[in-house]
Design a protein around this ligand. Structure first.
Ligand SMILES: [Zn+2]
Length: 89
């Protein structure tokens, strides 16, 4: 097994980890149903964007139901899941 030639200094370690902080995402509430929505994204609950209805396919509705079930099971839903389920224009 390979072994590092030199011990990583505190400074080097801390400098590397300076980029590891989590960034909170900006969210807004859907004007139609009031659920939490990412800015410039359609609402996955009521399928509207700026008050306009958005046609949905079977795939997106299935994804929305899946993510809704996940968010109910785990209240601390990570934001990465929301990105995958957004409706693409
Ligand atoms: Zn909504």
């Amino acid at each position: 097994m390979a072994v590092p030639a030199r011990r990583t200094s505190k400074m080097r370690k801390n400098t590397r980890r300076s980029h590891h902080a989590l960034i909170s995402r900006t969210t807004s509430n859907c004007p139609n149903c009031g659920s939490v929505v990412l800015p410039h994204h359609a609402c996955m609950k009521c399928h509207t964007y700026k008050g306009e209805n958005i046609p949905t396919s079977k795939k997106t509705t299935a994804l929305a139901q899946e993510t809704e079930a996940k968010s109910v099971a785990t209240p601390v839903a990570d934001n990465k899941d929301k990105d995958k389920t957004e409706i693409k224009k």
